[in-house]
Design a protein around this ligand. Structure first.
Ligand code: 4AD
Ligand code: MG
Length: 480
């Protein structure tokens, strides 16, 4: 295998050195005597320019150096007078590793729409935009593990197949190996799940939280980072049916500690990407500027990519209660003038992304954390406040996206938890193991969930969540 990569040559060029490099051809242009090949190997957004003197090579070979083909080049590094690069390679030998018939290859050297590229997700890694996105996706993953490792958190792998429904029924994918054409029935003529693979009904998890809590109540600080699955039929630009979630859970931490952690964590991850992925972010910043030129003023985001990243890193997040947020929203101009799609009437209303964005972008001009939501619109495990109306929940709101993080302090008192579960119709028998952590050595603890692709959207400036995960799963779509 050839170990040299384009990033190595560009960061540490040794003029006159003979090198051997593999990559995919982005473009070939030039005259009848000479061709300039832009070669990319995925290690950087930058292409390496290969100078091919046509007289030195067979015509058959030259014809195969087309966009999309994979080649191996041996050549000498020379300095270049071109405006786009300071060095180039004078090709001595070229091998075609894999040709790409230009009459069939779907990615031509021109601008393709993101929708088109979604249908070619198996090849879109080869575009500048998607190679930048997936390098950053890797970097962000790494930053997340780094952050928690540096702060004493243990990574635990919570199950993907689960017998419990963490957040409330109705949005889970069933896991079964029963024969759908010949389902076993019990005496009541219902499906007999005792005959199913696990001897009970099982689903794909919607969250690793409940199991993470078990870990935290022994290991102190834990986090999960895994795929989660939701069968909601929400076909929006911010929802996936399969997405990745980061869920830390901290023993002896209250809601304030939880918010401090989330804010520090988000700032760390964004700063990490800004420092390590400058070239890719500059490229995406420019891409977004170009994209927005074609939009009407009111559709533009009003912030460049780099501005929005600094917006998170440089601001202290505003923390307000849900009750205060409702008051602000109720009296806001877009509410009074009925410009919101969902009008805010008062306490109990759920916040939509238009309200969240108003608070962040118009009212405060910084990221906002909303706390103490009404119990009726939040999950059973959240700690009840003394008012008996609100729970110790928090949502972190970002510009352009709305909800980025959802979390809470957990109800650690067995009686209160049990009462809430009855009230909300959550099966206590099914969750006997969760209840036992409240029975044996319970303590105050808190955690949150960050939607990995939501943060990816924010960092890359992509407007559709389908463009920040390699192979998106959404209603009616599981190709690749
Ligand atoms: O607010 P959610 O539903 O919270 C939980 O699942 C808790 N168990 C988290 C916890 O406390 N440990 O989801 C958390 C985050 C949301 O804020 C959002 O960023 C993201 O997950 N998210 C989605 N991302 C993509 N597609 C979807 N369908 C998403 N649903 C939630
Ligand atoms: Mg939420």
């Amino acid at each position: 295998m050839n170990k040299l990569r384009i990033i190595d040559i560009i960061t540490n060029p040794k003029i006159n050195e003979v090198i051997n490099i593999n990559g995919w051809v982005r473009t070939r242009r030039g005259s009848k005597d000479i061709s300039f090949v832009a070669l990319n190997d995925g290690s950087t957004i930058k292409n390496l320019q290969i100078v091919v003197e046509l007289s030195k090579f067979k015509e058959d070979l030259i014809k195969k150096i087309t966009t999309g083909s994979c080649i191996n080049v041996e050549g000498v590094i020379v300095s270049s007078s071109g405006s786009e690069q300071t060095l180039e390679i004078n090709a001595k030998k070229i091998n075609i590793l894999g040709s790409a018939d230009s009459s069939e290859y779907p990615l031509q050297p021109k601008k393709h729409s993101l929708e088109f590229l979604r249908e070619k997700a198996h090849l879109r890694f080869r575009t500048n935009t998607f190679s930048a996105i997936f390098r950053i996706r890797h970097g962000l993953t790494f930053a997340i593990h780094n952050y928690f490792n540096n702060n004493g958190y243990l990574n635990i792998h919570t199950p993907i197949i689960t017998g419990a429904d963490a957040e409330g029924a109705g949005e889970m994918f069933r896991v079964s190996n029963l024969d759908l054409n010949n389902l076993p029935k019990n005496e009541k003529n219902n499906i007999d799940f005792s005959k199913d693979f696990f001897g009970k009904q099982t689903n794909l998890t919607v969250s690793g939280q409940l199991e993470a809590e078990l870990g935290a109540l022994a290991l102190g600080k834990v986090y999960t980072f895994g795929p989660t699955f939701r069968a909601e039929n929400s076909n929006t630009s911010r929802h996936l049916s399969e997405f990745w979630m980061i869920e830390p859970e901290t023993a002896f931490a209250d809601l304030n500690d939880n918010m401090d952690l989330a804010e520090d964590f988000l700032k760390y991850c964004i700063t990490y990407c800004m420092e390590k992925y400058k070239d890719d972010l500059n490229f995406l910043n420019h891409r977004l500027e170009e994209e927005e030129k074609n939009l009407k003023k009111e559709e533009r985001s009003g912030m460049s990519l780099l501005e929005r990243l600094n917006f998170i890193v440089k601001n202290t997040f505003e923390r307000i209660t849900y009750t205060k947020a409702i008051e602000i929203l109720k009296n806001s101009k877009p509410n009074k003038k009925k410009r919101f799609k969902f009008i805010i009437n008062g306490f109990g209303d759920d916040l939509q992304s238009e309200h969240e964005r108003y608070l962040v972008e118009k009212k405060f001009g910084k990221p906002v954390i909303i706390t103490d939501y009404p119990k009726g619109i939040k999950s059973f495990y959240m700690k009840m406040n003394e008012d008996n109306l609100t729970v110790r929940a928090m949502d972190i709101l970002f510009p352009l996206i709305g909800e980025m993080v959802g979390g809470s302090q957990r109800e650690e008192n067995l009686e209160k938890l049990s009462a809430r579960m009855s009230e909300m119709g959550v099966d206590q028998k099914e969750l006997w193991w969760y209840m036992e952590t409240r029975k044996f050595g319970t303590c105050k603890h808190s955690g949150f969930g960050l939607g990995f692709e939501r943060l990816m959207m924010f960092i890359t400036g992509m407007k559709n969540i389908r463009d920040v995960i390699p192979f998106p799963r959404t209603p009616q779509n599981a190709e690749f």
